[in-house]
Design a protein around this ligand. Structure first.
Ligand SMILES: Nc1ncnc2c1ncn2[C@@H]1O[C@H](COP(=O)(O)OP(=O)(O)O)[C@@H](O)[C@H]1O
Ligand SMILES: [Mg+2]
Length: 391
């Protein structure tokens, strides 16, 4: 208890009504201030009494997890109020065991966005007694995204070095094998009919295999070599609209509803429309594949500081952590007839645009791909009054 309140309480019988009013006023202000602090935090906080009934919840918590509407403080168990089964189960189990848990991670969808939350349950200790529990929620999606990006950049860098070696190691002998196959064909042309046909059959197989290997090498090099992108100011909203128009029929056929949420005040960014459309198309196609029974595709743009964000979300099959770690690697695919090159190209195109891409996904719930692009410095900053250029 605050010192001044304690002192005031000790002599409360001697206080006149004006002094009591002042005291109440001070306590109310103090309360208000604490509430504002709690509501200004980025982390979600939920507090329970010792019987695990919700006592207090801050704004960030309401933003981060689904909470039952019309809840009455002190009326229900905290796990009955949390709308996510995994988190509710975890909270119930931990609290029933009177346990303390820090940094348990959950992936969840809330308000159309997939997030990774780190949850901690701590005892609320006051004057040596346990007065309840605190559930703390920290949104670690961005942090996870950064870590994954770093890993990816490292693996891409080592792949580029590998590429030169692969090209030499495979392309040269392939060329030589091709030439020798042709020589054999010539050399056996004197054979009689049946033998000639047999040898021709073998040579055909060799030719096809050479072609297949060649394709693999060419694709691989395409994935790791620099591109000839030409960046020009462009409207990302328009590009998204164009692309969605382009695949409208396919989406309709697949029973997929499209929800667009495009920021009308989005600044222009530097784009190579040709490549960027291809990248967006690859993401949308993957989303279509992920929703074989139909579903919802959400495409949104947003300005954040000096970046613009383009998000593509689906409520399809989602991916496990293991799959998510590999999706940008060349040839990684979980589809029977997939090439595994789609997202490698997406990653490359985004990098050529000096942007970033991250993904958050949850099995059975869906996936969200987020591309961030830098907003170029406005030219107008360079011009001062009188038309003179700034140094
Ligand atoms: N929206 C999505 N939902 C679920 N899984 C996805 C999604 N997008 C990509 N993936 C996973 O990433 C893998 C690689 O994608 P990609 O590089 O486009 O190759 P491909 O589509 O040929 O398999 C896919 O096989 C799939 O497992
Ligand atoms: Mg694909």
């Amino acid at each position: 208890m605050r010192g001044f309140v304690k002192r005031a309480l000790e002599k409360i019988s001697k206080l006149d009504s004006e002094q009591i009013e002042q005291l109440l006023q001070a306590v109310a202000e103090e309360n208000e201030r604490l509430a504002v602090v709690l509501d200004s935090m980025n982390d979600g906080v939920l507090v329970t009494d010792p019987e695990h009934r919700l006592q207090l919840v801050n704004k960030a918590a309401e933003r981060l997890i689904p909470l039952a509407p019309g809840r009455i403080i002190g009326d229900r168990f905290i796990w009955d109020i949390i709308g996510d089964d995994d988190i509710a189960g975890f909270v119930q189990e931990t609290l029933s065991r009177d346990d303390t848990v820090t940094d348990r991670e959950f992936t969840l969808d809330h308000g159309g966005v997939t997030r990774i939350l780190s949850c901690s349950i701590l005892p609320l200790v006051q004057a040596g007694h346990i007065r309840g529990s605190i559930l703390q929620l920290v949104d670690i999606s961005e942090k996870r995204g950064r870590e994954a990006r770093l890993r990816r950049a490292e693996s891409l860098a080592s792949l580029t070095t590998l590429a030169a070696g692969v090209a030499h190691e495979i392309k040269n002998p392939l060329g030589s094998i091709g030439i020798h196959a042709q020589l054999i064909e010539k050399a056996v042309s004197g054979l009689d009919g049946e033998d000639l046909e047999t040898v021709r059959g073998y040579l055909e197989v060799i030719g096809e295999e050479i072609e297949r290997l060649n394709r693999i090498v060419v694709d691989f090099l395409f994935a790791v070599r620099p591109m000839d992108t030409k960046l020009e100011s462009g409207d990302l909203n328009q590009l998204a609209e164009d692309l969605l128009g382009f695949v409208r029929y396919e989406l309709e056929q697949a029973g997929i509803e499209v929800v667009k949420d495009l920021d009308p005040a989005l600044p222009e960014v530097k784009l190579d429309a040709r490549y960027f459309k291809q990248a967006l198309l690859n993401i949308v196609k993957n989303a279509i594949h992920a929703m074989p029974e139909g579903g919802m595709l959400r495409v949104s743009t947003q300005t954040r500081g000096d970046e613009v964000l383009l998000r593509v979300s689906d409520n399809g099959v989602g991916m496990s952590e293991e799959v998510m770690d590999k999706i940008f690697e060349p040839y990684f695919t979980t589809r029977d007839f997939g090439s595994g090159i789609g997202l490698t190209l997406v990653y490359k195109v985004v990098k050529e645009h000096l942007g970033d891409i991250s993904v958050i996904s949850r099995e059975r719930y869906g996936s969200t791909f987020t591309i961030t692009l830098p907003v170029p410095q406005r030219e107008q900053h360079l011009i001062t009054w009188d038309g003179e250029e700034e140094r």
